[in-house]
Design a protein. Structure first.
Length: 400
């Protein structure tokens, strides 16, 4: 077939190469940095596009009946190198933590693919670091198949549906595709292709799916313990909001897949996933990662104040990169500062991003001390050198 694959930045190049290996004639296009002239989409049997692309892009107009998503096509490509067990993880937040927890409960060899990197288990040897676009699942799944193991793959804005189980970490929604589509709807479309779906505990209305389960039906959390039909597991991480949902989902998935929930007791906090430590004699709560949001920033600040009560808090907040999806908007950064109410806030981001937040803060009620930085590292250094002795919270959206 003649295939037009869009968006070389977000997996289109890799996907095009995979399709050529299968005998298709493929043209790839960089829809973000390219300026035309565009190829004629009518000259192709199918147009393959990411779900985050503006539906009004010139290369998509009139292609509705021939349009396939990156997720769908990757699912087809996975058919010829399936690992022993494939678990796909998607959601607005908590994807990386959930994927790491899943890799902890699964036994035997396997490959874990996340935004933080791709590793071989059980030795946890790093293979590479790649984005969590759907195309990145292909080399991870192939590596897992070669060792006869499982693959846990974190994906953005949905799943391929080719896995044995899909885990949806959050029912939160936001606008994507130039603000014209619901991100949750895009994820649920992929989830419906999966044979089994696991959603967070407390989901009031389960998604439309033939085999969907809520995590709290399989794993019941109380304090620092979680009870399942496969036994009880205890870890202090269940007491932290940033880990509770991820660990409950992993315990429930272990029940469904025949893994061992008890292995969660050995899981340790990961840097950037609500890691707690000290720096320059001050409590440091690190929640700077690809899933940082207003809600996680507020949770991290609450934890920091509980660990070091009565002292003035410094909040390092913003974004170190501009994401196509799941961004940390100026509105949400402003809301986080207002809600946390830090004595000092170090605002991280591009000059335009910082300027937008500053305008919003000027119209708000927060009147603390404000500093600015371009990067997370610069923001962290400024926070630790601000002359205070209270806790520091890192809540910057970044790839780690």
């Amino acid at each position: 077939m003649d295939l037009l694959v869009l968006d070389t930045i977000h997996g289109g190049t890799l996907l095009g190469d995979e399709l050529r290996l299968r005998g298709h004639r493929v043209e790839t296009v960089d829809v973000y940095r390219g300026h035309g002239p565009w190829p004629d989409p009518d000259a192709f049997d199918h147009v393959v596009a990411p779900v985050h692309l503006d539906p009004d892009h010139p290369l998509l107009v009139g292609t509705e009946n021939r349009l396939l998503t990156h997720h769908e096509v990757v699912g087809l490509c996975l058919a010829d190198h399936r690992p022993r067990c494939l678990v796909e993880v998607t959601g607005a937040r908590g994807k990386t933590t959930t994927a790491c927890a899943l890799a902890t409960v699964l036994e035997g060899p396997g490959v874990l693919h996340t935004s933080a990197g791709t590793w071989v288990y059980p030795e946890r040897r790093r293979l590479w670091r790649a984005s969590i676009t759907p195309a990145s699942v292909l080399p991870a799944a192939r590596a897992a198949a070669q060792i006869g193991g499982w693959c846990v793959a974190e994906e953005s804005l949905g799943v391929t549906g080719a896995g044995d189980l899909t885990v949806l970490t959050s029912m939160d929604d936001y606008a994507c595709a130039a603000g014209k589509r619901s991100a949750l709807a895009a994820k649920l479309a992929g989830c419906r292709r999966a044979p089994r779906l696991l959603v967070p505990g407390g989901t009031s209305r389960l998604p439309d799916h033939l085999d969907v389960r809520a995590a709290d039906h399989l794993a019941r959390v109380a304090g620092t313990s979680c009870e399942t039909s496969a036994g009880v597991v205890t870890t202090p991480l269940f007491a932290h909001a940033a880990y509770r949902n991820a660990l409950q989902l992993a315990a429930a998935a272990a029940v469904l897949l025949g893994g061992s929930p008890s292995r969660l007791a050995a899981m340790e906090p990961a840097p950037g996933r609500l890691w707690v430590g000290t720096a320059a004699g001050r409590v440091l709560v690190d929640d700077a990662n690809s899933g940082t949001t207003r809600a996680t920033a507020v949770e991290a600040a609450a934890l920091a104040r509980s660990l070091d009560p009565g002292r003035e808090l410094t909040l390092v907040v913003g974004e170190e990169f501009r994401a196509v999806c799941e961004g940390f908007s100026p509105e949400d950064v402003t809301a986080a500062i207002e809600e946390v109410g830090p004595a000092t806030s170090v605002l991280v981001g591009s000059p335009d991003f910082r300027g937008d937040v500053l305008l919003r803060l000027g119209a708000g009620t927060w009147r603390g001390r404000l500093e600015e930085a371009q990067t997370l590292a610069e923001g962290r250094n400024k926070a630790l050198a601000d002359g205070g002795d209270g806790p520091v919270v890192l809540a910057v959206k970044t790839w780690r």
